[in-house]
Design a protein around this ligand. Structure first.
Ligand code: NAD
Ligand code: UDP
Length: 331
């Protein structure tokens, strides 16, 4: 029997890679996306695409009536931290209300499984490194708060209606499909690796290193970069985990290794062969010194085996995408 998976946010960075993985595994895929931050060009033509907003009940009713969905992969959210601080209501509206209407539609149409893109931002300044799945969550910005609320919502909805969930808290998603056909194109771009590669091709004059006085060996922030295709594999395993009748749960997804901003810059210089000018700038605000995931549980329970364990390979795939699409997507 065909399993139909809805990818909400399937025109976005991680969503488009998710769709690619599902299609490669012969799943039937439905994409729901309002293209607010995603790209029409990133929509895989092998999937059925419904353009619309997950907050729109009539729109969702149409999609869930036309399609027999087995599981929803929820990747449709706003995720720019500084913007969330400036405009918190925009974030609670899109992220939290979007989750309410989606769960309502799932309940009405008897869809029992949801896999949710959560984030390391739900932890705020973690109490220990590496960050474990059950460590205290205490977000320090509205984006992280909105995602934590969504995790809590799913718990209550499971209790009341039996909709099972897996929340996957990504650390720093990075890289692209190795052939460079799809990749990361956020506008504005705030993430380190695409900004470094933009600097490599001269689109911006220099990288600003946001602070070199953190409590780390070289003074710059340490992050856990995890390849986007490894993230999509974890989602696939999470769907199978729920289909096997397992209980709702949350996992931290990272590589379990950390790299500083300066180390990432050095690796990118090596891969691109470009000098990539950089200058230390003031702290951006709200950046914890170090974030590294403890991925032991995801490996043990889901059987997750991240294939990219080398940050240079991750950057290489992002570089493949950049070289093939210097201006990003065209629409
Ligand atoms: P993205 O902006 O590229 O993708 C989000 C997609 O959702 C876009 O295509 C957008 O058009 C769509 N969307 C947003 N609101 C919608 C709505 N109301 N209705 C329909 N479509 C809507 O972002 P991304 O980097 O691919 O992130 C995907 C998910 O992963 C997000 O939920 C984000 O919070 C989470 N996440 C990302 C990272 C990261 O490093 N990129 C880290 C942790 C968690
Ligand atoms: N960073 C930087 N310059 C940039 C963008 C990011 O120094 O132009 C740093 C940022 O301060 C953080 C790290 O790179 O320490 C990763 O930032 P990113 O926004 O990619 O991910 P985050 O960890 O904030 O989710």
């Amino acid at each position: 029997m065909t399993t139909t998976i809805m990818v909400a946010g399937g025109a976005g960075y991680i969503g488009s890679h998710m769709v690619q993985t599902l299609l490669a595994e012969n799943y039937d895929v439905v994409i729901v996306d309002n293209l607010s931050t995603g790209h029409r060009q990133a929509v895989n033509p092998q999937a059925r695409f419904y353009e619309g907003d997950t907050r729109d009940r009539q729109f969702l009713e149409k999609v869930f009536s036309q399609e027999k969905i087995t599981a929803v992969i929820h990747m449709d959210a706003f995720s720019i931290v500084p913007e969330s601080v400036q405009e918190p209501l925009k974030y609670f509206d899109n992220n939290v209300i979007g989750m309410v209407t989606l769960l309502e539609a799932m309940q009405k149409h008897d869809v029992h499984y949801i896999i949710f893109s959560s984030t390391a931002a739900t932890f705020g300044n973690p109490t220990k490194i590496p960050v474990g799945d059950t460590d205290p969550q205490d977000p320090i910005n509205p984006y992280g708060e909105s995602k934590l609320i969504m995790e809590y919502m799913m718990r209550w909805v499971d209790q009341a209606y039996g909709i099972k969930f897996v929340a996957l808290r990504y650390f720093n998603a990075a890289g692209a499909l190795a052939d460079g056909s799809i990749g990361e194109d956020h506008r504005p771009e705030t993430h380190l690796i695409p900004i470094i590669l933009r600097t490599a091709v001269g689109e911006q004059a220099e990288l600003k290193i946001y602070g070199d006085d953190y409590q780390t060996p070289d003074g710059t922030n340490i992050r856990d970069y995890v390849h986007v295709m490894d993230l999509t594999q974890a989602h696939l395993l999470a769907v199978q985990y729920l289909q096997a009748g397992q209980a709702s749960t949350c996992f931290n997804l990272g590589s379990s290794t950390g790299f500083s901003v300066k180390e990432i810059l050095q690796a990118a210089r090596k891969i691109t062969g470009q000098p990539i000018p950089a200058q230390v700038a003031p702290r951006r605000g709200g950046d914890p010194d170090i974030l590294i995931a403890d991925n032991t549980r995801a490996k043990k329970i889901l059987g997750w085996k991240p294939r990219y364990d080398n940050v240079e390979d991750i950057i290489q795939t992002a570089w493949n995408w950049k070289q093939k699409h210097p201006q990003g997507y065209q629409d």
